[in-house]
Design a protein around this ligand. Structure first.
Ligand SMILES: Cc1cc2nc3c(=O)[nH]c(=O)nc-3n(C[C@H](O)[C@H](O)[C@H](O)COP(=O)(O)OP(=O)(O)OC[C@H]3O[C@@H](n4cnc5c(N)ncnc54)[C@H](O)[C@@H]3O)c2cc1C
Length: 449
């Protein structure tokens, strides 16, 4: 942010959006109250944006809350963990188990399966190809994954069943994975810091259990964060939405129009007799700030800037490609068993991989296999994936020693444009937890999930 004070007074900074980005921005600026006076406006009634938790039935599931959508991350999220610790909320480590595909296309990082054995030659070849990609990183930075894999003659089954699922999950890029630059794939296998699948296993592709970190209760974190920022003098205005940027100049600052929803204490009886709050009234305001920071989705920022956007802003903010995903939280075990491998499968387990004895790994899997992240290839198109999480296996507050019937799952149906490949309708409505199925708009180039 240019300059410190405006005419001897702290700069008035407007932060738009109280998700992770907006709160982190406000937190940093609030460390300098002599230089910045910070206002955060948030359209919703709470801070946290896409990261929030929902209440669940303690008696049924053994815990009173569930992190919805955002669940955890990798050890490289230093700033996130710094914030959690500062607020006295503690994430927990977990060794990640995955389960990709079903039946004869099933494989996992926990024990070798027939699919892995079938592709042993390609896995060996992939392990040196990835080294070549590392040496020629600058060139492969410009080549999409789908092109580079074909350049080295990998088979469709190897690409679709093994490579894409293992990337889609960690990059959070869903069905846009084939179009990513090759360098992103290469890093996942070769980087000791960023690489979830490092080191590559020349016989099994991935046999490590990537160390992940499970997030604490999102809503509690954001409520505490809000209060701690307010104590530092940050003004956080919920139910308040920037409508548009009216004007901006170096001399006069940024003038914005803002819609404030007014709290209503009164309620009216609904048709069913229950009391409903009156719809919130709206008030239109105009305010001026010295600086504005957009911590919203790129296309929202572009829309709010409107004709005040510079050409470079229009270009950068307009380049993000989006896909509409739908996440369903449920405990429909029949659905999960129909499409995913949730338990050790002796039919496809393999005890020898090209002369390497794998019986120890297989024996261990019989006791310990409990996948957390799962991927299904849709039957209509093997490249269209569906992702699921066994929240009970991953989130630490949920008991681990309960039968699968008591587990909570989250299934993400990717990209509404391909809705014809979805099997969302197969999830029993009475098994949907919290009675919701919520849409999430994901940038195709999102970071780790
Ligand atoms: C299903 C799903 C699962 C995910 N899982 C993970 C995970 O496990 N780990 C991980 O690290 N990341 C995960 N992510 C990604 C993560 O959620 C995002 O990267 C992060 O939450 C983005 O934060 P943000 O502050 O940039 O945006 P947001 O959280 O979207 O915050 C933007 C805020 O701006 C507000 N806003 C918008 N327009 C206006 C306006 N005009 N005026 C005022 N306020 C406005 C919105 O209401 C919102 O609160 C997941 C995402 C999804 C969708």
């Amino acid at each position: 942010m240019s300059g410190d004070c405006e005419n001897g007074r702290p700069k008035r900074v407007l932060v738009v959006g109280a998700g992770a980005a907006g709160m982190a921005c406000a937190d940093t600026l609030a460390q300098h109250p002599d230089r910045f006076h910070v206002t955060v406006v948030e359209a919703q009634s709470n801070c946290g944006g896409q990261m929030f938790s929902i209440p669940i039935d303690q008696k049924e599931f053994g815990a009173s809350w569930l992190n919805q959508g955002v669940q955890g991350g990798s050890h490289i999220y230093h700033h996130t963990f710094y914030i959690f610790e500062k607020l006295n909320h503690h994430p927990r480590p977990v060794d990640l188990q995955v389960s990709f595909g079903k039946g004869n296309t099933f494989w996992t990082n926990v024990y070798p399966t027939q699919l892995v054995a079938r592709h042993s030659k390609e896995i060996e070849r992939f392990s040196w190809v990835i080294k070549v990609m590392r040496w020629l990183e600058l060139i492969f930075a410009m080549i999409p994954i789908k092109v580079s894999l074909k350049m080295f003659f990998f088979s469709d089954e190897f690409i679709n069943s093994m490579i894409y699922p293992s990337l889609a999950l960690f990059l959070g890029t869903g069905n846009a994975t084939p179009n990513l630059p090759t360098v992103m794939m290469e890093r996942l296998y070769t980087s000791p810091t960023y690489g979830m699948w490092y080191p590559i296993d020349r016989k099994m592709l991935t046999s490590n259990l990537p160390p992940m970190v499970v997030f604490p209760e999102a809503t509690a974190v954001y409520t505490d964060w809000q209060h701690s920022l307010e104590k530092k003098g940050v003004s956080i205005r919920l139910h308040t939405q920037v409508k548009e940027v009216i004007s901006r100049s170096k001399k006069d600052g940024v003038r914005v129009s803002i819609i404030r929803k007014l709290e209503s204490n009164s309620s009216f009886p609904s048709e069913e007799g229950a009391k409903q709050p009156y719809p919130l009234k709206e008030e239109l305001l105009e305010e001026t700030y010295d600086e504005i920071v957009f911590c919203v989705l790129a296309d929202t920022a572009k829309k709010l800037l409107g004709n005040q956007a510079r050409w470079i802003e229009k270009k950068v903010l307009g380049e993000t490609k989006w896909s509409d995903d739908v996440t369903v939280t449920h405990n429909d075990l029949d659905y999960m068993k129909r499409w995913y491998e949730l338990e050790y499968n002796k039919e496809v387990a393999v005890s020898d991989l090209g002369g390497r004895d794998e019986s120890g790994r297989v024996e261990k899997a019989k006791q310990l296999f409990q996948p957390m992240y799962l991927i299904k290839q849709t039957p209509a198109d093997q490249r269209k994936l569906e992702m699921s999480f066994d929240c009970s296996a991953f989130q630490y507050q949920l008991p681990k020693d309960v039968p699968l019937e008591k587990h909570i799952f989250q299934t993400i149906f990717l990209n509404k444009k391909h809705e014809e490949t979805w099997s969302k309708h197969e999830i029993q409505p009475d098994k949907i937890v919290g009675g919701i199925s919520f849409p999430t708009t994901c940038p195709n180039t999102a970071s780790l999930r």
